[in-house]
Design a protein around this ligand. Structure first.
Ligand code: 8DG
Ligand code: MG
Length: 133
């Protein structure tokens, strides 16, 4: 099966109560349209995962991020491809998270993380994030 290598940013911030919040985006096009995900995309030839992630977040959200530690690499079989997705803690350096490609976005607290319809590959990662924030 075809392997698709993807990077995703788990962007962490704080709400007005000082609680940790995570930025989630809703896919605006394609087969998985409407599903919630962590912004990011496919690694291109010659890029490191971190370089790919900085580029993708600039393209998708017009925002500059700093890429932190790897949280987890998701391996998941979709019907037509195998997804291998590196997920990194990330923080905003500059920019306002403008939705250039996504349909919607939300900042979610730990308690709210199960309130959106995540893509099937993301479920184990979401659980892991909920335990660690
Ligand atoms: N970005 C992202 N993709 C995910 C997640 N979970 C998940 O299954 N995927 C899948 C959906 C896509 O089939 C694939 C990568 O997607 P993408 O569409 O974001 O790639 P891209 O930004 O480079 O966009 P494109 O040029 O291919 O349209 O990974 C996630 O949390 N974030
Ligand atoms: Mg993308």
């Amino acid at each position: 099966m075809k392997i698709v290598r993807v990077v995703a940013a788990v962007i962490k911030g704080l709400n007005e109560k000082g609680e940790p919040i995570i930025f989630a985006t809703q896919r605006g096009y394609g087969d998985l349209k409407g599903g919630w995900e962590f912004p990011g995309g496919k690694i291109e030839d010659g890029e490191t995962p971190q370089e790919a992630l900085v580029r993708e977040i600039k393209e998708e959200l017009d925002t500059e991020i700093s890429v932190g530690e790897l949280i987890h690499t998701i391996e998941y079989d979709y019907p037509t491809f195998h997804l291998s997705m590196d997920c990194f803690w990330s923080e905003i350096v500059a920019g306002d998270l403008v939705l250039k490609e996504h349909e919607d976005a939300k900042w979610l607290t730990k308690e709210e993380m199960n309130s959106v319809g995540w893509l099937p590959a993301d479920i184990t990662l979401v659980d892991k994030i909920r335990m660690s924030i």
